[in-house]
Design a protein around this ligand. Sequence first.
Ligand code: DQA
Length: 139
Amino acid sequence: MKIQIINGPNLNLLGRREPGVYGSTSFEDYLKELRGQYPDIQLDYYQSNVEGYLIDKIHEVGFDYDGIILNAGAYTHTSVALQDAIRAVKTPVIEVHISNVHKREEFRHKSMISCACAGVICGFGMDSYRLAVEALKVK
Ligand code: DQA
């Protein structure tokens, strides 16, 4: 099984960025743990702060991977282009968020991408990514 994790803007700073909201573990450290838990699954990782590069990655993997786990960061709330990219590919996309966006500012309550995704997981800290792997395993 091949899964692509894609993190969007500012998520390269996980561990240092607003630790009260996003925790103090870097994504690289978390990924080591996650890969250790799923030795039989190929878990690839990509991060970009650039909207178009996120779209390019979705196009690149979206016809032969078994799943995409996408934390689009703030583009979640703004990007019709990401919604279209998700609709354009065959691979199921799970939208994830580390924080519970529904407990936060109102502008975070609206997602432009949920309607194109297979499902949404949010609010479980970094564990949101593991829960998304579990969701893809039974898909
Ligand atoms: C986030 C929530 C978004 O609202 C925010 O812009 C992020 C991170 C999360 O993982 O909780 O960058 O996607």
